[in-house]
Write a new protein. Structure first.
Length: 480
């Protein structure tokens, strides 16, 4: 059943149930439905041809969510670009998605239509998500209504999302985490508590929001958990806490059981292209960082491919090729899609696999852990070094809150590692201490040659990942 249809059915059966909490105000399913109907009426007035893609570039709010519901009900492809994209990048992204119309929510009279009209079929493209763009222009990732519906079924069942359950939404609307936080929750009659973007880094605000509104399910990047741990108080009503999108730090792992004493703790792995694909239930006693990504979730097929192109059948390290019930059919750019998607490496089945670029280790027990990106491996004096391992080592330092490592061409070593580090406070950390820490834990070629310490937070993409292209321009190439 389509997501908009499920939403409309919930409106009919329980109109007064709370759908959204925004700025501590509750919005019922009936009220959100009224906003969506008004948005659909305005779309009709625009006279857009059926199937014409549009972009929605707006900050998180009930009006924006209502506009998206109206577009999904119409079966119209909608691009959700990050709100902070540079003009040139935004233009390239709109062109890639075929969008000539950019919409924003507009206040209008509620009651223009008595019921939301749902015409979307299972093969209609709804969301057009974007990759993080941490190394360049984001790629456009279209998802069909059917893929979203299959994800809703899985996520609602796995994390006990449904009526009378409250889910926190921390991510921006363009982030694929919203498929669980917002869209799964609304499809199955739950309540979404929306974090206001302007307060997303305030620990006291975040803790109060979870406590005041009795949140049961939290899914977020590790930064949220780091902020909540700064506050220090427990949140006993949370039953599921899901870390995703980045590696959880040792401090984060150690603090989660105290922060959420009654919660199942999860490490969830996936790509924008495939959505969630691996899940690991965290054991705070036995686990250490980096956490395993776990095992494939129901319906997911995965193979590891070694550098020679052979499929690994036992323990070892290889690039992850994965197929999920929720994945995109490809990028809007056919050439990019052809490079990233393809058949099973040995032709063992007829599924279409995404070549993730992630290097994954399969252990003896069949579980898997992320080793890093294939494109983050470099040779230093003839030694293969994973720059993400170096970054994780730097993040073990108590005074480091952000770290990115680049390989820079060097006439002697071939490449040299340059580290850019955000320290917790001015003068709290010096380069000698950083080098000593790395020398104790890493082989000599993996110790950064140059260390740049900054007291300014490192730039991030809209999805919370380091904006590597911007960091490199600013701190390595000297461009502001």
């Amino acid at each position: 059943m389509r997501l908009p249809t499920r939403f409309v059915e919930r409106v009919r059966s329980h109109p007064d149930d709370t759908a959204l909490v925004w700025r501590h105000t509750e919005i019922s399913y009936a009220q959100l439905h009224g906003l969506a109907c008004a948005a659909q009426a305005r779309l009709d007035e625009m006279g857009l041809a059926p199937g014409t893609p549009v972009a929605v570039r707006a900050v998180k709010s009930p009006d924006t969510i209502a506009l998206i519901l109206a577009l999904l009900a119409d079966g119209r492809p909608l691009l959700l670009p990050p709100v902070d994209l540079a003009a040139e990048t935004l233009t390239a992204l709109l062109d890639a998605a075929g969008c000539r119309t950019v919409l924003s929510p507009e206040p209008g009279p509620v009651g223009a239509r008595s019921a939301l009209r749902v015409t979307a079929g299972p093969d209609a493209v709804g969301f057009m998500l974007t990759t993080s763009g941490s190394t360049g222009v984001p790629k456009v990732v279209p998802l069909t209504a059917g893929a979203v519906d299959r994800f809703v079924d899985w996520a609602a069942d796995r994390f006990a999302i449904g009526p009378h359950r409250t889910v926190l939404n921390y991510a921006p609307l363009n982030f694929d985490l919203c498929l669980l936080d917002i869209w799964t929750t609304l499809a199955v009659g739950g309540r979404v508590v929306l974090v206001e973007p302007e307060h997303a880094t305030r620990a006291s605000y975040l803790h109060d929001l979870l406590e005041r509104h009795h949140v049961h399910v939290v899914q977020a990047v590790p930064m949220l958990y780091a902020l909540l741990l700064q506050h220090g108080s427990t949140l006993p009503e949370v039953t599921h806490a899901i870390s995703t999108g980045d590696a959880l730090t040792a401090r984060g792992l150690a603090g989660l059981p105290t922060l959420f004493p009654n919660a199942q703790l999860h490490n969830l792995y996936g790509c924008t292209e495939t959505n969630d694909s691996f899940l690991h239930e965290i054991d705070p006693v036995r686990d250490c960082v980096p956490l395993p990504i776990g095992r494939p979730i129901d319906g997911v097929h995965a193979v590891l491919v070694d550098p020679s192109g052979e499929v690994l059948t036992g323990p070892g390290v290889g690039e992850l090729h994965v197929n999920t019930p929720f994945q995109t059919s490809g990028y809007t750019d056919a050439a990019l899609a052809a490079a990233a998607f393809g058949p099973h490496p040995t032709g063992a089945d007829n599924r279409r696999y995404f070549r993730s670029g992630d290097l994954v280790r399969r252990h003896q027990d069949g579980s898997m852990s992320l080793e890093g990106r294939a494109d983050f491996h470099v040779k230093i004096r003839g030694v293969r070094v994973n720059t993400q391992v170096v970054e994780r080592t730097l993040l073990e330092l108590d005074d480091v809150t952000g770290a990115v490592v680049f390989a820079v061409p060097d006439p002697v070593a071939g490449n040299a590692l340059h580290a850019v580090i955000h320290r917790r406070a001015p003068e709290s950390l010096h380069s000698l201490a950083v080098r000593a820490h790395c020398a104790e834990r890493l082989p000599l070629p993996a110790v950064p040659t140059a260390i740049r310490l900054t007291d300014e937070p490192l730039p991030t993409t809209s999805t919370g990942k380091p904006d590597r292209a911007r960091i490199k321009r600013t701190y390595i190439e000297g461009q502001r």
